[in-house]
Design a protein around this ligand. Structure first.
Ligand SMILES: NC(=O)c1ccc[n+]([C@@H]2O[C@H](COP(=O)([O-])OP(=O)(O)OC[C@H]3O[C@@H](n4cnc5c(N)ncnc54)[C@H](OP(=O)(O)O)[C@@H]3O)[C@@H](O)[C@H]2O)c1
Length: 247
């Protein structure tokens, strides 16, 4: 039996819930969805920035902290009304693992991994009934980045969760792996790698929505990043040596 490609979700006339919608990739995704006739619920903590994105996109703001159980409950209730979940909220940390505070490890796990899993679980029955779709914003850091071990682990966890979710009948799943993206995520940090080149959040948002509409399992931005990801999976030793030499 050949592999069947799960159907994508045309977003026009649908309802999407986007976390991380107050900034960066989430805000750009909300704008892209709105421009294609999708209603959008915008989740974030910063009420001023959420209101600004709502004004621009016609979306409905839902202020909530995804590390707070009460906030998660409010977002889960809205997720049950949605045809599409976009999990873009995320935080990073770069530096020496020895000095990474335990609270920061817990916060990365809570925002980047636990919240998307809990929200997806909460919406499962409705997603199945509506033949809905879930999109995850992971990262090329799934290959394992030096100085970003915890961040890499949360994103690799997201990738594995998404791959498991694809076995659920009736639900489409798309995972997006951006390289470096020009957003406040890098605020206060220098980006001095030669590659991958930095892309704008809109480029990621367009690729994400295209992936959802086509039913693509994994989307890399820029596209060539699929090569290091595949190499790391197939030949981790070789990848490690190359990353130390050229990374
Ligand atoms: N920028 C990059 O180079 C890059 C590369 C690969 C992957 N990514 C991933 O892309 C996603 C979006 O990042 P971005 O670049 O767009 O960064 P960003 O501009 O800093 O946006 C991060 C978003 O996450 C939200 N967020 C953080 N903590 C939260 C919490 N506790 N509760 C609710 N919302 C919270 C923020 O909301 P508030 O500001 O309102 O708190 C904000 O909307 C992240 O998952 C990140 O890991 C980014």
């Amino acid at each position: 039996m050949g592999l069947t490609r799960p159907a994508g979700l045309p977003v026009r006339g649908r309802t999407a819930l986007v976390t991380g919608a107050s900034s960066g990739i989430g805000a750009a995704t909300a704008a892209e969805l709105g421009s294609r006739g999708c209603r959008v619920v915008l989740v974030g903590r910063d009420e001023r920035r959420l209101a600004e994105v709502a004004g621009r996109t016609g979306g409905q703001p839902l202020p909530a902290d995804l590390t707070d159980p009460a906030g998660l409950d409010r977002v889960a209730a809205a997720a049950r009304e949605a045809d599409l979940l976009v999990h873009s909220a995320g935080i990073g940390w770069a530096g020496d693992l020895d000095s990474m505070p335990a609270e920061r490890i817990a916060a990365l796990a809570a925002v980047n991994l636990t919240a998307p899993m809990l929200l997806t679980r909460a919406a499962l029955p409705q997603l199945r009934r509506r033949r809905g779709h879930v999109a995850f914003v992971a990262s090329i850091a799934v290959v394992g980045v030096a100085g970003e071990e915890v961040y890499s682990a949360t994103k690799a966890g997201l990738r594995a969760f998404a791959a498991g979710l694809r076995h659920q009948d009736g639900i489409g799943v798309t995972t997006v792996f951006p390289g470096a993206v020009r957003t406040p995520f890098f605020a206060g940090r220098r980006y001095d790698r030669r590659f991958p080149r930095m892309v704008g959040p809109r480029e990621v948002a367009e690729a994400l929505v295209r992936g959802v509409e086509r039913g693509d399992a994994e989307v890399f931005v820029p596209r060539w990043l699929i090569a290091p990801a595949r190499l790391q999976g197939a030949l981790p030793g070789t990848f490690h040596r190359l990353a130390r030499r050229f990374g």
